[in-house]
Write a protein that binds this ligand. Structure first.
Ligand code: OAD
Length: 236
């Protein structure tokens, strides 16, 4: 197809970070197999035992911060730099910071970010690169004990949804990279893009549960398939 795309949306999930050495959620050794969601990623768990939840994310931070972007992240950087006259936005479900490390722009972390905390009293969001504890004080309103990782727990609202809705309704190319398509609303974004007339394309190691929603499937590791796809786009 020789079309020049004006508004590209790239949805990413844990699979795009797998080749950087980070665990996905639902694979055999995935995070949710070793740590039940209801213990570490619900607001009830946080209210019940905030220190336990903080410890889970404290343990996760060093690995996530040490990880390096892989060729899939770098392909997005290349696309953003070299594909002219196009708005290219990234909607990520990932809480790691690999898109930013790769130099990707316009990144929306709809499930939050591991390098941020939010004060449940005043709503202030802070950057953090170190451990957080349940008795820590908010540096803005000075309330103690109400800092929460700025990660969207099950049962909470996703971030940036107004912007996301706008981007999906206006995109002409929608790429979904390394996501199993089981967690909504992200799993349904492809339908919004499709109804707007966008070309829809999924990059995954295997067929996903919502693969029937996509017009095209590119199977294989994203670190190989996405750079090849970007090179094709740049040739046109
Ligand atoms: P999953 O673990 O559910 O799915 C990862 C997907 O990536 C699978 O479909 C794999 O086949 C695919 N994959 C793995 N390695 C790949 C590679 N090298 N190249 C291409 N694809 C690869 O992770 P997500 O779909 O991101 O939410 O999960 C969605 C949400 O569920 C997460 O954001 C998280 C979780 O609960 C929160 O924590 C709020």
């Amino acid at each position: 197809m020789d079309k020049h795309y004006q508004n590209i949306v790239i949805l990413t999930g844990a699979g795009i970070s797998a080749e950087s050495g980070l665990s996905t959620f639902r694979s055999e050794n995935g995070l949710w197999n070793n740590h039940p969601v209801e213990d570490v990623a619900t607001i009830e768990a946080f209210e019940r035992n905030p220190e336990y939840v903080h410890e889970f994310y404290n343990e996760m931070r060093p690995e996530l911060f040490a990880a390096k972007p892989n060729p899939a992240h770098l392909a997005i950087t290349k696309l953003q730099q070299e594909y002219k006259n196009s708005n290219i936005n990234i909607i990520t479900q990932n809480v790691d910071v690999l898109h930013e490390k790769a130099g990707n722009k316009n990144v929306y972390h709809i499930h939050g970010q591991i390098n941020q905390i939010v004060c449940l009293n005043c709503g202030h969001v802070f950057e953090t690169w170190s451990d957080v504890h349940s008795d820590d004080e908010c540096e803005y309103c000075h309330t103690k004990g109400l800092l929460k990782p700025n990660i969207v727990f099950f049962g909470e609202s996703l971030l940036y949804m107004d912007t996301v809705e706008y981007l999906l309704q206006n995109c002409d190319l929608f790429l979904s990279v390394g996501t199993s398509g089981v967690v909504y609303p992200a799993a349904g974004f492809v339908q919004v893009a499709y109804l707007n007339g966008a070309r829809t394309c999924e990059f995954n190691l295997e067929k996903t549960s919502n693969n029937y929603m996509f017009a095209e499937h590119i199977e294989g590791p994203a670190g190989k398939t996405l750079p090849a796809f970007v090179d094709e786009l740049l040739k046109k």
